[in-house]
Design a protein around this ligand. Sequence first.
Ligand code: 8NA
Ligand code: MG
Ligand code: MG
Ligand code: MG
Length: 302
Amino acid sequence: MNLKTNRITGAVLGLALGDAFGAPHEGGTLERAFWSLIGNSFGKHRWTDDTQMSIDVLESLIERRSIDQGDLARRFASSYRWYRGYGAGATKLLKRIGAGQTWQQANRSVFPDGSFGNGGAMRSPVVGLYYAEETHEKVVGAARLCAEITHAHPLGIEGAILVALTTALVYKDLDTSEIIRHLLLTAETSPFRKKLEKIEAWLLHDSVKSPETVALELGNGVAALDSCVSAIYIVLTHREKSFDELLQYTIKVGGDVDTIAAMVGAIWGAGRGVDALPEQKLNKLEQCDRLKKLAISLASSN
Ligand code: 8NA
Ligand code: MG
Ligand code: MG
Ligand code: MG
């Protein structure tokens, strides 16, 4: 496996592992009890909406070779299954597209300004990987197109852009200080800029902030603004650590664990490659072979 395929496969499997191994730690007692009932797929760890939407993006890019919004909207809607745990707004929107509304009508009919959830960001590592060897403008433009189908709110789009760009920059092995510099140049709104400035200041110090501080000051919620910069900080402070240490820290940050761990796992995997992922967890991952094949196809399709 060449370096490119290794890293793309590392990112795709890292995303699914973060999602599937983060999901059981999400929510309160009731949500965990529910997931313990449905979170098993023939003895493997089931992944959620995060991985399903990433598969939709992978399959669309492999077939269309660019972001085709109509094709993506159709795939997102037809892949919807209740047991993957989609957000409440996303559920309504995807059902409306499935019933024949255009994605432009559907995404404004749920929230007039569009969704600011992290559902655009959780699938955007795939976009970052596909365009990693092109300009930043290309990564940003493609991430925007991919996100706005379901997440038309400026904050939903911005989270997706920053996560896609971080994935591309980690894939290319840029230094952490360079990555932050590029993210600050790309940030479009002041709430995101403020959080990026905070992690820039934190990263100047050797010590890593506690997971509790990350949750409190950067956020751990389902909004893009409350989870994307947290995910970026987690990866940038754990680039040389093991996947298991990365996941343990993310679980301690808490909140929307599957999605934060999906973004974290994808970005980390883009830098470390598939060989750094834990074999025992891969053996317990639902549809691991299918995900691996999709990653290999993506790597040879651009
Ligand atoms: P989404 O688009 O439904 O957004 C998530 C939620 O954010 C919505 O249900 C709303 O409550 C709120 N929201 C978003 N935009 C607006 C707005 N403009 N005005 C008011 N409220 C708004 O879902 P998504 O595709 O962004 O996915 C987000 C998360 O939901 C992901 O973590 C995904 O895994 C899923 N999910 C989360 C949990 C959890 O954290 N407990 C559980 C199951 C599923
Ligand atoms: Mg999920
Ligand atoms: Mg989630
Ligand atoms: Mg390696």
